[in-house]
Design a protein around this ligand. Structure first.
Ligand SMILES: [Zn+2]
Length: 188
């Protein structure tokens, strides 16, 4: 009888403990949600990304490569439209990210392409316009990586050659919850 009482007491303790953990966890989630409301989706590039983008254009220009930025911050709506392409709409698949799942949606990514001296866009990643025996596209990717960008051409499953991003150590899930990189912390 005594053992039964002990068992019941043990179970009650465990159940109370689980309930407390559950409540605390939900409070924590709520805090993140509050933070989400305080952290709107940016409409401009993060200042550091903007700054590094300008340096990239300058460094590429010094190598006689003209880089054109074709995409910066993207709205959630536009991301959803792009996601539909090749799925519910016609065309080739251009992204694996739904609205809110791309670093473009948080002002942390840019897409680039090249331009020749006549102002024609170059999409050929093997193009060697400056004639130094190296692909201009990859030269730009190398410069960008040295500036702290992650390059989509390095991804394993879906190679996104025009894509450059800075995640500031934040996952898409954290960004979706409303966390944002602070500029001051990352300023050099
Ligand atoms: Zn991109």
């Amino acid at each position: 009888m005594n053992k039964l009482k002990k068992d019941i007491l043990a179970w009650i303790t465990v159940i109370i403990f689980i309930v407390i953990i559950f409540v605390l966890y939900n409070r924590l989630e709520d805090q993140y949600m509050d933070l989400g409301e305080d952290a709107p989706i940016p409409i401009e590039l993060h200042p550091l990304v903007e700054e590094k983008k300008d340096i990239l254009l300058e460094q590429a220009s010094n190598l006689d490569i003209e880089v054109v930025i074709i995409e910066k911050t993207r709205s959630i709506r536009r991301q959803n439209e792009l996601y539909a392409q090749g799925r519910s709409k016609q065309g080739d698949i251009v992204t694996y990210a739904r609205g809110g799942e791309s670093y473009h949606n948080y002002g942390l990514a840019i897409d680039y392409t090249l331009q020749d001296e006549n102002g024609e866009m170059i999409w050929d990643t093997q193009y060697d316009g400056n004639g130094n025996g190296e692909s201009d596209w990859f030269e730009v990717a190398e410069l960008a990586k040295n500036l702290g960008f992650e390059w989509g051409g390095d991804w394993n499953n879906f190679k996104d050659y025009p894509h450059l991003q800075m995640d500031f150590g934040l996952s898409i899930n954290q960004l979706k919850r409303g966390l944002r990189p602070s500029y001051e912390e990352n300023k050099e």
